[in-house]
Design a binder for this molecule. Structure first.
Ligand SMILES: [Zn+2]
Length: 128
């Protein structure tokens, strides 16, 4: 019991110390100043959000890993139940003019006979 909590505390401390090494000289003990990292060894400064920015660009791909874009046409690759109704979007349904959005259902679209709904990109295939 005592040992376990010691390990947990140790892990906590370890994870808090997950600052990167200096990108210039590799010095380990850098510190954070507002939105920057600063190296006390060589005085190099670099922005903290460098990595985060790269991850900001969301790429949405279909079931085959093809990158989707606004305005694309896709087909549904499996029967999908429409939430809150008994309607089903049948496999093979063609959906025109999709719009990519953030979230769990990352495709906004209008399906003939059903209306506006959200689809998951993993259940569609891009029509080229
Ligand atoms: Zn440095």
């Amino acid at each position: 019991m005592g040992l376990k909590s010691f390990c947990e505390i140790k892990n906590l401390i370890m994870s808090e110390e997950s600052l990167p090494n200096c990108v210039k000289c590799g010095f380990e003990y850098i510190y954070e100043v507002q939105d920057k990292y600063v190296c006390p060894e060589c005085s190099h400064e670099w922005p903290r959000n460098q990595v985060a920015e790269a991850e900001d660009e969301v790429v949405i791909k279909d079931a085959n890993g093809v990158v989707l874009a606004d305005g694309d046409t896709v087909t549904v690759i499996k029967d999908l139940k429409v939430k809150g109704s008994s309607a089903v979007v049948k496999v093979g349904t063609k959906v025109k003019n999709i719009r990519l959005v953030a979230g769990d259902h990352d495709i906004d679209c209008k399906i003939p006979g059903i209306g506006v709904m959200g689809l998951k990109s993993e259940f569609v295939r891009k029509v080229v």
